[in-house]
Design a protein around this ligand. Structure first.
Ligand SMILES: Cc1cc2nc3c(=O)[nH]c(=O)nc-3n(C[C@H](O)[C@H](O)[C@H](O)COP(=O)(O)OP(=O)(O)OC[C@H]3O[C@@H](n4cnc5c(N)ncnc54)[C@H](O)[C@@H]3O)c2cc1C
Length: 303
């Protein structure tokens, strides 16, 4: 930690600023050290003011629901930003469009769309992140991804300026978005198609039932550890390389879905990362394919 950031340096902000804040409870894997400073902006104006005031040298990281994150044991230097209620709006616009704040959980948007007879967003029912995380990760499942339904995103950039960015400019690919690292998504505009609420709800129920069966969704996990390489499935490569159920300390590749890693209780971030690295090595030796992490690993390693 640099120890150079203090809440009293930003007296005009209306949102909370907390020094040395533990982050593990905000993540699904429940590991990782503290944030040097955690900022909980009240609303978009508060966030923009902070971004304009902070030094350009200060590292900034945005935390969503922490469902795709491995925060290392040494924690995160600089400022971690977590969007809250001030980014929780949802409204229907003309032509089956929905405008939604970045802190809204994906599954809340899916339900809202169903209630409003808007089809096309039901895939979000099975993804445990927020809209901000979905925009950054191009989250998706069962043949649909965020880029397919997004019209535009609203961001606050590294200097606190508001930008409206058409989806095409985000250069989306499989679990990838080319937006600059310091852009913070604050809002999205989606386009759906007219649908029948009962049928959409049924589709959502099927998605959640399928997941209950195939994924360890009640464990401390980060979802898919690795992206699927072109033409292959990571779980099959991991299985073939003997990775199913492999353990490093309290970190384990799930027996149920061997591309999901789990914290079986009290794992260190270092154990989870070493487990992933060992899986990568085994898959490379066994199949010649280099798996790419899908989980974002951030922060410093600590002692
Ligand atoms: C049980 C389980 C099942 C999963 N299933 C799927 C699945 O089917 N499909 C899928 O795609 N993913 C899946 N995931 C992974 C995860 O849910 C998605 O990647 C999700 O989009 C992450 O959103 P989040 O809010 O949790 O982001 P976080 O994990 O908090 O962050 C992920 C990345 O997004 C960035 N980010 C978050 N919010 C913002 C913002 N407002 N502005 C800019 N950047 C931001 C973070 O900085 C980080 O780089 C699963 C995870 C779990 C635990």
């Amino acid at each position: 930690m640099s120890g150079q950031l203090h809440p009293e340096d930003f007296p005009e902000l209306r949102g909370g600023l907390i020094a040395d804040k533990e982050l593990a409870p905000f993540t699904w894997l429940r590991v990782g050290g503290p944030a040097e400073l955690l900022f909980l902006p009240k609303d978009e104006a508060d966030l923009a003011m902070f971004m304009a005031q902070k030094s350009t040298e200060t590292p900034v990281f945005v935390l969503g629901a922490g469902s795709n994150l491995l925060i290392r044991d040494g924690g995160l230097p600089g400022v971690v930003i977590r969007l809250g209620a001030g980014f929780g709006q949802m409204q229907v616009e003309a032509e089956n469009r929905i405008r939604v704040g970045a802190a809204v959980p994906d599954r809340v948007l899916a339900k809202f769309a169903a209630k409003n007879a808007i089809d096309g967003l039901s895939f979000y029912a099975g993804i445990p992140g927020t809209i901000g995380g979905a925009l950054r990760m191009n989250a998706g499942c069962y043949e649909t991804e965020t880029a397919d339904v997004l019209i535009e995103a609203v961001v606050i950039d590294g200097l606190g300026r508001r930008r409206i960015v058409p989806a095409a400019e985000l250069d989306y690919a499989y679990r990838h978005c080319s937006a600059p690292k310091d852009w913070i998504f604050v809002e999205a505009l989606y386009a759906g198609t007219p649908g029948d609420p009962a049928k959409i709800t049924q589709k959502m129920n099927e998605i959640t039932a399928r997941r209950e069966q195939s994924q360890p969704i009640r464990e401390k996990t980060g979802g898919s550890t690795f992206k699927n390489p072109d033409g292959a499935k990571s779980w099959q490569l991991i299985d073939a390389a003997g990775g199913r159920g492999r353990r490093v300390g309290a970190a384990q590749m799930s027996e149920q879905h061997c591309n999901f890693m789990i914290n079986t209780g009290g794992a260190k971030a270092a154990e989870l990362e070493e487990l992933g690295n060992s899986i990568q090595r085994s898959v490379l030796e066994n199949s010649g394919i280099e798996l790419e992490w899908e989980i974002k690993r951030v922060g410093s390693h600590g002692e």
